[in-house]
Ligand binder design. Structure first.
Ligand SMILES: [Zn+2]
Ligand SMILES: [Zn+2]
Length: 137
């Protein structure tokens, strides 16, 4: 199995040689910045299965849990690409809009619903978690 994707301008491309672990919709406040007001869709993979070509910019922040987070984006076109937590170094969350095949990223759960605005469209057919869910793997 090979899953491919990249940024809008194609300066960053990646290949993944494993199936996704889970896809989540996230409505945390930070994701609303990345998602232009909406939540984000993120697909989790084992980091060992991904190879990346091209340069990334890294934005480092500290989550409410104290975990140091790295969110990377393409410096040329600004597309949000990856999210990684130092506490879970074996995982990478890919911004699902960068996948060549969006069907790979069917969400299984919506998280951080407590931070979503009243007008958010939240899929009632999948589970919802008010805050941070347990680790994906
Ligand atoms: Zn780009
Ligand atoms: Zn989020």
């Amino acid at each position: 199995m090979v899953i491919t994707g990249g940024c809008l301008c194609k300066a960053v491309r990646y290949r993944i040689s494993a199936a996704p672990i889970v896809t989540r919709v996230c409505w945390c406040r930070l994701c609303q910045y990345l998602g232009a007001g909406s939540g984000t869709v993120n697909t989790c993979f084992r980091k060992s299965a991904i190879s990346i070509e091209g340069e990334l910019c890294d934005y480092r922040s500290i989550a409410d849990s104290g975990s140091v987070m790295h969110r990377s984006f393409c410096p040329a076109c600004g597309t949000p690409m990856f999210s990684e937590a130092e506490a879970r170094p074996h995982l990478v969350f890919i911004r699902s809009g960068t996948l060549d095949d969006a069907e790979v990223a069917k969400p299984a759960v919506t998280i951080w619903t407590s931070e979503a605005p009243s007008w958010a469209c939240i899929d009632p057919s999948i589970p919802q978690v008010e805050g941070q869910p347990p680790p994906a793997a």
